[in-house]
Design a binder for this molecule. Structure first.
Ligand SMILES: CC(C)(COP(=O)(O)OP(=O)(O)OC[C@H]1O[C@@H](n2cnc3c(N)ncnc32)[C@H](O)[C@@H]1OP(=O)(O)O)[C@@H](O)C(=O)NCCC(=O)NCCS
Length: 139
């Protein structure tokens, strides 16, 4: 597989939405220019992720890899591209089974009281849907 990770454009939005919908990924304030996408050989979009801007920080969000492509390094390549050269705090929220995946990029788990106010509405939305949610940050 020749994996190509690149910045997304407006024409990628339908593919991004198709990836996020089945995993209930964050589709709030979708803007193509916040996303990186992975392309398979034929040019189809097989994974996506974004840095979602807030006042004073960004959130690593909306990460989804097509089911048949998981476990082959696509998610890692997208996250690495989004974080490359990135300075400043990056937050994310994830379930327990994703902690190891994000730890490899130097994200550490925070306590709930370390949550920026801007993330609280999203946290409240997702906390009702999963068993346990973690807040992580990369310095
Ligand atoms: C989580 C997700 C993005 C990972 O993407 P992926 O392409 O399958 O992951 P990769 O193949 O790049 O994995 C990179 C490394 O992380 C590890 N890894 C992947 N998922 C992991 C997990 N859930 N827990 C622990 N380690 C994990 C892999 O073993 C691999 O390590 P290795 O190269 O040493 O074997 C993908 O499974 C996905 O889209 N899941 C559904 C949507 C989702 O949960 N999004 C994240 C919301 S926070």
């Amino acid at each position: 597989m020749a994996l190509k990770v690149r910045a997304a454009g407006v024409k990628d939005l339908p593919g991004i939405i198709a990836l996020l919908t089945p995993v209930e990924g964050d589709q709030e304030r979708l803007r193509a220019d916040q996303f990186a996408v992975a392309e398979a050989d034929g040019g189809s979009i097989i994974g996506c992720g974004r840095l979602k801007p807030y006042r004073g920080f960004v959130e690593l969000a909306s990460i989804a890899i097509a089911e048949e492509w998981r476990g082959q390094g696509v998610g890692r390549a997208i996250v690495a591209q989004l974080l490359a050269g990135r300075k400043g705090q990056v937050y994310l929220m994830c379930e327990d089974n994703r902690l190891d995946f994000f730890s490899q990029f130097e994200f550490v788990v925070l306590r709930g009281n370390q949550m920026p106010a801007g993330l609280r509405p999203k946290w409240q939305h997702y906390i009702g849907e999963v068993d346990h949610l973690n807040l992580m940050r990369r310095e």
